[in-house]
Design a protein around this ligand. Structure first.
Ligand code: ZN
Ligand code: ZN
Length: 262
């Protein structure tokens, strides 16, 4: 059996947890090491048990706690060469075993086969992850300005998808952000909007995905019910019912979410 849990997700910090059997992974460490350990403890996992931390990219909302966490718990880190370089430039070297991964190449951690794939985002070498357990396929894709056809193809028919739904376009456009920041978020290397998430979620549902969690919501340019409604509407248009045919959730920006059993 596999379990997924969002320990926190949003532009204020990201840390996700996934386990399959005895293999336990953290995806990103963008909140303090202490808080990650506390939130893992809330779901009955000791930080010392982790087999690895998969990093998506070097933005601080994904790596803020990485140095202290790895120093304290010695967890092996997996990231692309570009991400590792950028993390080290900004924060100094990570003090645990480091594995350089190649995008679009599979590797194994315990019982999980990991497939990192390149994402269009304004970082050095950002990736999303597909986690294969033998029985199930789980995809994690946040921090991306658009979805490329090859990524869409890879993510097709995933059993569970954690998908960015960062902003409501109207809220962002009429909001108080500096025009330059608005342009950055809206760009093809920025973030995924509720509209983009809705369309892609509908495509995932058509491909057989039955469980989607929206994440990385903006505090200023989005509201959880807004993202949920927008994506639900698009899924319902496929003739699928939310809650029966498709499970849809929204990850919290401030606390540990429900455990998803896959
Ligand atoms: Zn982010
Ligand atoms: Zn980012």
């Amino acid at each position: 059996m596999s379990r997924f849990c969002s320990l926190q997700s949003g532009s204020n910090g990201n840390a996700l947890y996934f386990e399959n059997g005895k293999t336990k992974l953290l995806i990103d460490c963008g909140i303090s090491a202490k808080r990650v350990a506390q939130r893992l403890a809330e779901i009955g996992v000791a930080a010392e048990e982790l087999d690895g931390i998969l990093i998506t990219h070097e933005h601080s909302d994904h790596v803020a706690g990485i140095r202290v966490f790895t120093k304290r718990f010695g967890t092996p880190v997996y990231a692309t060469a570009g991400t590792l370089e950028a993390v080290e430039e900004q924060r100094g070297s990570v003090e645990s075993e480091v594995h350089v991964l190649q995008p679009e190449q599979f590797f194994d951690i315990g019982s999980i086969t990991v497939y990192p794939f390149h994402l269009p985002h304004d970082a050095r070498e950002p990736v999303g992850y597909i986690l294969h357990t033998g029985r199930h396929k789980i995809a994690i894709a946040t921090d991306m300005g658009r979805i490329c056809e090859n990524i869409a193809l890879e993510m097709k028919s995933s059993d569970f998808v954690f998908l960015e739904s960062n902003y409501d376009e109207m809220m962002l456009k009429t909001g108080r952000y500096h025009p330059q920041l608005k342009r950055r978020i809206l760009s093809s290397e920025g973030h995924f909007s509720n509209d983009q998430a809705a369309k892609f979620a509908a495509a995932l549902v058509r491909s057989g995905t039955g469980n989607i969690m929206l994440g990385h919501l903006s505090a200023n340019n989005n509201r959880p019910p807004l993202a949920f409604e927008r994506v639900s509407k698009e899924i319902r248009q496929q003739g699928a019912e939310i809650g029966t045919d498709v499970l849809l959730g929204v990850a919290s920006r401030s606390c540990t979410g429900k455990i998803v059993e896959i």
